[in-house]
Design a protein around this ligand. Structure first.
Ligand code: TRP
Ligand code: ZN
Length: 466
């Protein structure tokens, strides 16, 4: 959750310094306007860490208006004269810091806040942002849509990689994880479903408020919100009696029945392979096919556009361990999410009468490029090269191939210890590709992984030998 404050932009520094000489006693500087992510340099903000978001939202699909109050608890990583939040679109009505009115300005996705009193390093402080408007649907470099998606009966919020700034202000980078309380008021008859557990639901004067609580740290790109008509099922799964909550668009209900009935079995299988489930509830949100072009591993409760097939279902649930609990430090580390989730598909098939992972690996190596993934050898998974391709095939397939090469090297028993140990070592935290290679080397000191890192993780093109 902590991160070094990046260097201060020169212009802001000048302003802060002049304030210093003029006023006396002010030695804070502004937090950075981004965390210098290799692919999304403006994502997130320097100088503080968020510990908790309490979002109080109201949405009316008929007029497409979102009204929100974000109560953000954060810890200052430096003396702060000013800091940024990320917020795209929407109007800001007011900002307070520690209860006192704060000046604010906006430039692109940066909401810059100048508190009345400087905040001291180490201090936990409270920010309130009141905002409203019609949220934006964001189009990514690869053409896919995220942010606030409009559905027939409501809306769907999806945040990978940068969509969450379309519906709440925050420190929108995966490295700053926080807990959440999300309360959403919608017209009576509609449901608002989000991450975590539903802790309260109440109807008054034709409007229903749903209060969702996420008690385990969550990266903001994994926050979701579905508003609409859903068939809701609640209960418990498995020997730990883990609560589940599934919200399914009635149009997708019939087609989803069979796969959703596998939830207990898939959760058991995932725990057996990857270790204890990291969160306190599970479930799904199933929309209609046309509502989105991809599924997303939103925390606790992945989103599917229409009934998922078993492979996609396993993929998104596997992300709860790899991606949601162990979250990449930067967007360049995306293969740690997608390689693991894809390899989980291979393992699941292997254990359920499908091809073995070895067969799948061989097939992808030999024919993947011609038959399934034209871009397969375009770049290595450990170094995708640009923001536009972090969801492309090399990250998924070659990421899974890296894991398979490790399994070939250490054998099955040590391999399962490794993947479970990795999930345990960084549970609810963040990790980078370098953390991963160091972890593997440390766990299996007698093996040589250098060829795997060189050819499979970082190497350009197709390795000569499978
Ligand atoms: N993470 C999604 C999955 O389950 C796919 C995805 C959607 C994605 N948007 C993205 C991956 C943006 C990387 C970046 O596979
Ligand atoms: Zn995935």
């Amino acid at each position: 959750m902590s991160r070094k404050a990046p260097a201060v932009p020169a212009l802001l520094l000048t302003l802060a310094l002049s304030a210093c000489t003029g006023g006396g006693g002010v030695d804070g500087t502004p937090g950075g306007a981004g965390l210098r992510d290799p692919y999304f340099p403006k994502a997130g903000n320097g100088g503080y860490d968020v510990t908790h978001y309490a979002l109080t939202l109201a949405y009316d699909p008929a007029v497409r208006t979102l009204t929100g109050t974000a109560d953000i608890t954060a810890r200052a990583a430096q003396d702060l004269s000013a800091f940024d939040l990320d917020l795209k679109g929407l109007g800001v009505q007011g900002v307070t810091v520690q209860g006192a009115g704060a000046r604010f300005g906006r430039a692109g996705q940066e909401l810059t806040v100048r508190p009345h009193d400087e905040i001291q390093q180490g201090k936990t402080f409270h920010i309130r942002v009141r905002y409203s408007g019609t949220p934006e649907t964001i189009t990514d470099a690869d053409g896919s849509k995220e942010g606030w998606l409009y559905t027939k009966d409501g809306a769907l919020a999806l945040g990978e990689p940068v969509g969450s700034m379309a519906w709440f202000p925050g420190n929108h980078h995966p490295s700053d994880k926080a807990t959440y309380d999300i309360t959403v008021t919608v017209p009576q008859g509609l449901t608002a479903v989000s991450n975590g557990e539903l802790v309260a639901e109440s109807t008054r004067q034709g409007r229903t408020a749903f209060h969702w609580r996420t008690a385990e740290p969550m990266a903001s790109y994994l926050a979701t919100l579905g508003i609409g008509r859903y068939e809701v099922h609640r209960g418990h799964v498995g020997k730990h009696r883990l609560p589940f909550y599934t919200a399914v668009d009635p149009v997708s209900a019939e087609d989803s029945g069979a796969v959703l009935s596998k939830l207990p079995e898939v959760m058991d299988w995932l725990e057996l392979n990857f270790g204890p489930y990291p969160f306190s509830s599970t479930g799904v949100i199933v929309e209609q096919k046309r509502d989105a072009t991809y599924a997303l591993e939103t925390q606790n409760r992945p989103v599917f556009p229409g009934a998922p097939d078993t492979t996609t279902f396993v993929h998104e649930l596997a992300h709860q361990w790899y991606g949601d609990s162990v979250t990449p430090k930067t967007w360049r580390d995306m293969w740690l999410n997608e390689g693991f989730a894809t390899y989980a598909e291979w393992l699941y098939a292997e254990d359920h009468g499908g091809p073995s992972a070895q067969q799948r690996f061989q097939e992808v190596y030999e024919h993947g490029e011609e038959e399934e993934f034209e871009d397969l050898w375009d770049f290595p998974p450990g170094r995708p090269g640009s923001a536009a391709v972090i969801s492309a095939n090399p990250v998924y397939q070659r990421g899974a191939m890296v894991l398979h090469k490790i399994r070939q090297t250490v054998g099955d028993e040590a391999f399962y210890d490794l993947v479970q140990g990795w999930a345990a070592a960084h549970r609810h935290g963040n990790a980078s590709t370098a953390d991963f290679t160091a972890y593997v080397e440390q766990q299996a000191p007698d093996e040589d992984f250098s060829g795997i890192w060189r050819d499979w993780l970082y190497g350009e093109g197709r390795p000569d030998h499978p």
